[in-house]
Design a binder for this molecule. Structure first.
Ligand code: FMN
Length: 240
């Protein structure tokens, strides 16, 4: 195993410096606003082209995500080939109709008008992959929980999603696919797995309310329902 020698870097930021920097670089309300504004986009893509410097910043943000044992187990395949996108879109639509067929009565009626992808309408697709072998067999932090590698990839995706929102672009996560199909389509070797096809690009608008809520599929839970104190199930008594 290759152990990297510790580098001599004394650069640290004091809490005061961090606060001073964040106040200068971003306004803190703006930061939370980006988080609130982020949406899963399907209907609002207007196609390319994309600003290359924005795209680079978005990808760099994804690559700066935390990862278990510093494995950075992600890769990003940028798909701009229409033939690949058409094949993927057709596969996704088949999987969509299989899901629809499994729904009964009112659930099917509610689901049918919901668009679940913007593969052709977005500027590009980004396939995010997970390499479980990266970092070897002794990964610091993955010894008891194997999925921490997967969690790391999801954090990279969230960074990408928020950065794209800040840049004025939309992102839509597509997961209606068979992994083996996508591996064959874009040449993902074993043991890597595709974790997401992300539709990315310029948009006309960002909806304030998530599509699934607007179409009465499922609404958001209030924060209070997700908060406990000391033990699962015991309501928070702290006055927040
Ligand atoms: C792991 C994951 C998979 C998803 N797959 C799809 C999908 O295949 N199609 C789709 O339209 N949205 C997909 N979404 C988006 C969710 O539906 C969306 O995040 C959720 O409804 C909340 O809406 P918001 O992201 O706009 O807040 C996925 C989201 C996640 C996190």
């Amino acid at each position: 195993m290759n152990f990297i020698q510790p580098v001599d870097c004394d650069d640290e930021l004091s809490v005061e410096e961090i606060l001073e920097r964040s106040i200068h670089l971003i306004d803190i309300d703006g930061f939370y606003e980006i988080i609130q504004m982020r949406r899963d986009v399907r209907n609002e893509f207007i196609g390319g082209p994309m600003d290359q410097s924005k795209l680079k910043r978005i990808l760099r943000a994804a690559h700066q995500a935390p990862s278990v044992g510093m494995t950075q187990p992600w890769d990003f395949i940028l798909v701009d080939d229409d033939a690949i996108r058409i094949d993927f879109r057709d596969h996704v639509l088949v999987e969509r109709s299989k899901f629809s067929d499994r729904l009964i009565g009112e659930a099917q009626e509610t689901f049918n008008p919901i668009k679940i992808e913007g593969i052709m309408e977005s500027a590009i697709g980004i396939v995010v992959t997970y390499d479980p072998s990266r970092g070897g067999s002794a990964i610091l932090g993955r010894n008891t929980i194997d999925e921490t590698g997967l969690y790391s990839v999801c954090l990279a995706i969230e960074n990408l999603w928020l950065a794209a929102t800040a840049e004025g672009y939309g992102v839509g996560w597509v997961s209606f696919y068979q992994e083996s199909f996508l591996c064959d389509l874009v040449g993902i070797p074993s043991p890597l797995r595709p974790i997401a096809w992300l539709c990315l690009g310029p948009i006309s608008t960002l909806m304030e309310v998530p599509d699934l809520e607007r179409f009465n599929w499922r609404g958001r839970r209030p924060l209070e329902e997700a908060l406990f104190q000391n033990r699962y199930g015991e309501r928070l008594k702290l006055d927040l």
